[in-house]
Write a protein that binds this ligand. Structure first.
Ligand code: C2E
Ligand code: MG
Ligand code: MG
Ligand code: MG
Length: 276
C-alpha cells in the first residue's frame, strides 16, 4: 500500500510538471501568432504629481488575452518571451503602440504628458534600441521628450556599452528611469555614471511603508538620495492614503498605483482627462 501511494504521488508530481512545461511551451509558441492576430493590447496607468495631483505621465503595460488560456500576466509571459527572443517583437509592438497613442491623445487636445515604456534586458542589449526608438517616434510623429524608457538595474549593469546606449537615447531627448529601484544588487556608484532622470521606488518598499519601519526608512532614504543627486523620484504601488501622505511628507515627486488608478484602456484615460 505504501508502495502504491508512493507511486501515485510520483505520477501526480510528474503530471503537474508536464502541465507546467506544456503551459510554458504553449505560451512560448503562441506569441508570434498572438501578435499577428491582435491578441496583445496596451493599458496605461497614470502617474501623478503628488503636489498638484495632475497626471504627468502614463506607464504603458502590455496585456495578452490568449484564445485558450485567457488573460496571461506579463509577469508570466515576459520572462518566457525573453528566453525565446520574442520580447524583441512584443517590445517593439508596445513601443510603437504607446508612441502612436500618446500622439493621438495630444492631437485630440489633451494636455501633453509622457508615456513610459518598459524595456527588457534583451531588447536593450541585443536590438539596436536607438534605431527602433527613432523609427517608432518618427512613424508616430511624437517628440522624443514625450517618451520615457524604464530600465532595470540589471539591464544597466548587464549590458556592455550600456552607458553609450543610454547617452545616445538621452541625446535624442528621451527620458530614462530606473524601474524597481532598490531591488537589484548593483552598486550605487552607477547612479553617478549612467545618465538617468528618474528613480522608480519598487512597489515592495511602498507596500510596507506602514508595516515595516525599515522599509519606511529605505523609502525616505531613496527619496532624499534622489533629490541630492538632482533626480526625479516616483513611488510605484501606492494603494493607500497613508502611503501617499508619507510620500508627500518626504517630498517624493510623483506616485503611481491603485490608490489613483489601475492600468486602464486608452478610452478610460480620455474619460479621466475629461473629468479632471
Ligand atoms: P513594472 O514595470 O514594475 O510595472 C508595475 C506593475 O505593478 C504592473 O503590473 C502594474 O499593473 C502593477 N501595479 C501598479 N500599481 C499597483 C498597485 O498599487 N498595487 C499593486 N499590487 N500592483 C500595482 P503588470 O502590468 O502585471 O506588469 C508586471 C511587470 O511586467 C512590469 O513591472 C514589467 O516588469 C513587466 N511588463 C509589463 N509590460 C511590459 C512591457 O510592455 N514590456 C516589458 N519589457 N515588460 C513589461
Ligand atoms: Mg515599469
Ligand atoms: Mg516597477
Ligand atoms: Mg517590475
Amino acid at each position: 500500500r505504501v508502495k502504491e501511494e508512493g507511486k501515485n504521488h510520483f505520477q501526480f508530481f510528474t503530471s503537474e510538471m508536464n502541465e507546467l512545461v506544456s503551459r510554458k511551451s504553449t505560451i512560448a509558441m503562441s506569441i508570434r501568432k498572438g501578435l499577428k492576430l491582435g491578441e496583445f493590447t496596451v493599458h496605461y496607468q497614470p502617474q501623478i504629481d503628488i503636489e498638484t495631483e495632475n497626471i504627468i505621465g502614463v506607464e504603458a503595460l502590455v496585456r495578452w488575452h490568449h484564445p485558450k488560456l485567457g488573460s496571461i500576466s506579463p509577469a508570466e509571459f515576459i520572462p518566457i518571451a525573453e528566453e525565446n527572443g520574442m520580447i524583441i517583437h512584443i517590445g517593439e509592438f508596445v513601443l510603437r503602440t504607446a508612441c502612436q497613442q500618446n500622439k493621438d491623445w495630444q492631437d485630440s487636445g489633451m494636455a501633453p504628458f509622457r508615456v513610459a515604456v518598459n524595456i527588457s534586458a534583451k531588447q536593450f542589449s541585443q536590438g539596436n534600441i536607438a534605431t527602433v526608438v527613432t523609427s517608432a517616434l518618427e512613424d508616430a510623429g511624437l517628440a522624443p521628450h514625450f517618451l520615457e524608457l524604464e530600465l532595470t538595474e540589471s539591464i544597466i549593469q548587464g549590458a556592455t556599452s550600456a552607458i553609450s546606449k543610454m547617452q545616445e537615447l538621452k541625446t535624442m531627448g528621451i527620458h530614462l528611469s530606473i524601474d524597481d529601484f532598490g531591488t537589484g544588487y548593483s552598486s550605487l556608484s552607477y547612479l553617478k555614471l549612467f545618465p538617468v532622470d528618474t528613480l522608480k521606488i519598487d512597489q515592495h518598499f511602498t507596500r510596507n511603508i506602514h508595516n515595516d519601519p525599515k522599509d519606511a526608512a529605505l523609502v525616505a532614504t531613496i527619496i532624499q538620495m534622489a533629490h541630492n543627486l538632482e533626480l526625479n523620484v516616483i513611488a510605484e504601488g501606492v494603494e493607500t492614503l497613508e502611503q501617499l501622505a508619507f510620500l508627500k511628507n518626504k517630498r517624493c515627486n510623483q506616485a503611481q498605483g491603485y490608490y489613483f488608478q489601475k492600468p486602464l484602456l486608452p478610452e478610460k484615460i480620455e474619460e479621466l482627462y475629461m473629468n479632471t
